[in-house]
Design a protein. Structure first.
Length: 58
């Protein structure tokens, strides 16, 4: 999805589209944050497991 095009369209004076575009941008932003949070949780879990393995070896 081309967010720059959506953003520029949002800046134009088309009130009907502004609401729809704002809604899509908000949903996509929420989805991106959720995906990043999941990736961070997986990364933290993996690093925690690695730390436990190192601790078990010492």
């Amino acid at each position: 999805m081309n967010y720059q095009v959506l953003w520029k369209t949002l800046q134009t004076d088309i009130p009907r589209l502004q609401l729809q575009i704002a809604k899509v941008l908000k949903q996509e932003s929420k989805k991106a944050r959720s995906t990043q949070t999941k990736k961070n949780a997986i990364r933290e879990k993996k690093s925690g497991q690695a730390a436990l393995r190192v601790h078990a070896l010492t």
